[in-house]
Ligand binder design. Structure first.
Ligand SMILES: Cc1cc2nc3c(=O)[nH]c(=O)nc-3n(C[C@H](O)[C@H](O)[C@H](O)COP(=O)(O)OP(=O)(O)OC[C@H]3O[C@@H](n4cnc5c(N)ncnc54)[C@H](O)[C@@H]3O)c2cc1C
Length: 311
């Protein structure tokens, strides 16, 4: 119930404007977001690299409403890829197709993502297409399958979400076409017509898809902070004799740093998703929805600040 309410609020633009200017919300966001500028993101990635962790950098922002805005986002990604190259950072980028103009016109989106992919190719880098809500799943996978992957096979990969019923079939298709998949549970509010309503089913689906990808997939990204699933993955690769350079674990910036470091110490590859930029409101709300205890953390701070002011 709380998760659904938070995800509903994540789509309210007026609240977004209010929260973005709120000091406390900004402070809380800094736990999950590297900062507002490219410099902030580069600093965060340098720190991760020093700990043996690679990164995927995400310029925050979702659907854009004009072709100019979409082109500006693509330009920022190009600058980001150049910067990663000159600084020799260990990382790649994650991109949302709606930020490339998917809601404006397919041609606009293709031009922009094409620009980013060409630059990624010239730097021998990689672009992950983040997956958004289910209204975009088919469109995104179709564009990937028909246009992007055939032209940039080494540069582009997808994300599949275990909460969707369709994902088991999408995993099989990805295995057959040898494309790279990041597997996550899914962060959006979805109807029972398309997604498992019960968490236990989402988790079970995750484990099934993960085993398929670990055994037969192409360098899958196992994106989760779920300790039980991580333990399952470790036992599975051990038992199946799957080498540690055939997959990687992925986690979000600021979430379970203890687990991130433990995995590195144990000799696994770990990549952290590093978001930055001014448009952090919907991202922050999805992180809150994943862990209602985060809401209590904010409320606790609010109460402490209010009491502090009275004193
Ligand atoms: C690298 C990466 C990329 C992602 N990309 C996408 C994407 O493209 N599309 C998409 O829909 N979703 C994406 N997600 C989000 C994902 O779908 C889940 O919503 C999110 O990872 C939480 O699920 P979980 O697997 O960690 O398991 P959960 O069962 O939700 O959480 C397991 C445990 O992890 C910890 N945890 C999880 N989330 C938080 C949090 N926000 N704050 C503090 N602790 C937390 C808690 O200890 C919790 O008990 C991505 C996640 C990762 C790690």
């Amino acid at each position: 119930m709380l998760r659904r309410s938070i995800l509903f609020l994540s789509r309210q633009p007026k609240l977004a404007a209010f929260v973005r200017d709120n000091r406390l919300a900004k402070r809380f966001a800094s736990r999950f977001v590297a900062g507002e500028t490219i410099e902030d993101a580069v600093r965060a990635v340098r720190e991760l690299n020093a700990q043996g962790i690679t990164a995927t950098m995400d310029l925050l922002g979702e659907s854009v409403t004009s072709a100019e805005e979409a082109a500006a986002v693509a330009d920022e990604y190009v600058r980001l890829l150049d910067r990663m190259q000159t600084e020799r950072l260990q990382g790649n980028v994650s991109v949302k197709l709606t930020a490339m103009g998917q809601d404006i016109a397919e041609a606009v989106c293709l031009t922009n993502i094409g620009t980013v992919l060409q630059r990624a190719r010239s730097h021998d880098s990689f672009v992950r297409l983040d997956m958004e809500s289910s209204e975009y799943t088919e469109k995104t996978l179709q564009l990937f399958r028909d246009k992007l992957f055939p032209e940039f096979p080494g540069q582009v990969g997808i994300v599949l979400q275990s909460y969707l019923y369709r994902t088991a079939a999408d995993v099989e298709e990805a295995i057959a076409t040898h494309c790279r998949v990041r597997l996550c549970k899914g962060a959006y509010r979805e109807p029972p017509a398309v997604a498992y309503p019960r968490k236990a089913d989402v988790d079970a689906s995750y484990v099934r898809c993960m085993e398929r990808l670990l055994r037969d997939g192409t360098y899958p990204g196992i994106a989760t902070h779920d300790e039980k699933i991580l333990a399952h993955a470790r036992a599975f690769v051990e038992r199946e004799g799957i080498a540690r350079d055939r997959f990687e674990f992925q986690m979000l910036y600021g979430v379970r740093r203890d687990l991130q470091q433990q995995l590195v110490r144990d000799g696994y590859r770990v990549r952290v998703y590093v978001p930055y930029g001014t448009q952090w409101y919907p991202y922050l709300m999805r992180r809150l929805a994943e862990r209602p205890a985060n809401v209590m953390f904010i409320l606790g701070n609010l109460v402490r600040e209010t009491i502090g002011k009275r004193r």
